[in-house]
Design a protein around this ligand. Structure first.
Ligand code: NAP
Length: 290
């Protein structure tokens, strides 16, 4: 079987157009949807993620408020800027680009964001709402994965889903979302403590890789006809490219695509959906609909 390649770029482009229309309507009513983006330090990958997000906001007609802080910024000063943004009625969403410099406690910073502006969906209140199935901001990457599966009308109810990786931003929320009644998959969440990982992945009708290791999922770990979603974005050295690296997913794409029924490529699969879902969250914050 040769898999259908899920085109995240195209789905995200459609969502971004819809975001532009919603933005225009909000502006007619006098609201300019605005996201404050806090970046501490100059990590090149973080800088490039932030630029990507700000470009997408601008293309949809939305505003971004750029807050660039030195890597040496104190935790107190960072918390003060969040406090100011929490109280600013012209700012609808607040995003703190992770990872933060090592001396800053990420948990403290995330918990300082007003949950009504938590468009990344990482605040404990947002996580609690998600787990309880209440309205709230959903984290962008897992939400993007679910959106893609729905867009391709891939049946999930009753299926066996296996999620590789249990991070707070991808694996754990995805496992939760997939196991809710609205989706009704039966979920196995795997991590470094999982015994006989390949036996688990071979059971998967839906296999989601979020491990952060290039080509970790090989064809012998995948059941014939499985749906394979690759969340991984890994930089692999490649002297033949301009930057000296290329992006690789967590899945050994070519051989796995021979066995899967659907598969997401890297780049062009889940990645573009993350930003598209961020725009949706900012709009919901600006509309006050969450
Ligand atoms: P992370 O925080 O490093 O978590 C990795 C998870 O994988 C951990 O739960 C870890 O298990 C598990 N793992 C690692 N090696 C394993 C192994 N050999 N066997 C079984 N489990 C293993 O990573 P993350 O933040 O979730 O990101 C995962 C990948 O997704 C990265 O490539 C990242 O760049 C990418 N990502 C992409 C987007 C996007 O927009 N497309 C967004 C976020 C992340 P333990 O918990 O036991 O350590």
């Amino acid at each position: 079987m040769a898999a259908i390649i899920i085109d995240g770029k195209a789905v995200a482009a459609k969502l971004r157009l819809q975001a532009a229309e919603r933005t225009a309507k909000l502006k007619e009513r006098g609201t300019r949807p605005t996201l404050a983006v806090i970046l501490a330090g100059e990590d090149p990958a973080s800088l490039s993620y932030v630029r990507g997000k700000e470009k997408a906001l601008a293309e949809a007609g939305m505003e971004s408020r750029d807050i660039r802080l030195p890597a040496s910024v104190s935790e107190g000063a960072l918390l003060d800027s969040i406090d100011r943004l929490n109280g600013d009625p012209l700012v609808h969403g607040i995003l703190v680009q992770l990872p933060l410099p090592a001396h800053i406690r990420e948990d403290r910073v995330i918990a300082a964001i007003d949950p009504a502006k938590d468009v990344d969906g990482f605040h404990p209140v947002s996580v609690g709402n998600m787990v309880l199935g209440r309205p709230g901001f959903l984290p962008c990457t897992p939400h993007g994965v679910l959106f893609l599966l729905r867009e391709y009308k891939i049946p999930l109810a009753g299926t066996r889903a296996v999620v590789l990786g249990r991070s707070n931003i991808v694996g754990t929320p995805l496992a939760n979302m997939l196991s809710r009644r609205e989706v009704n998959a039966t979920v196995t969440l795997c991590h470094t403590g999982t015994r006989d990982l390949a036996a688990r992945t071979m059971e998967a009708d839906l296999l989601i890789a979020a491990v952060g290791k290039p080509r970790f999922v090989t064809a012998d770990m995948v059941k014939e006809g499985a749906v394979v979603i690759d969340v991984g974005v890994n930089r692999v050295e490649d002297p033949s490219t301009k930057n000296g690296y290329r992006l690789s997913g967590d899945v050994d794409f070519g051989p796995v695509a021979e066995k899967a029924s659907y598969i997401t490529p890297v780049p062009g699969g889940v990645g573009p959906m993350t930003i598209a879902m961020l725009l949706q969250n900012v709009l919901e914050a600006a509309e006050g609909s969450v």
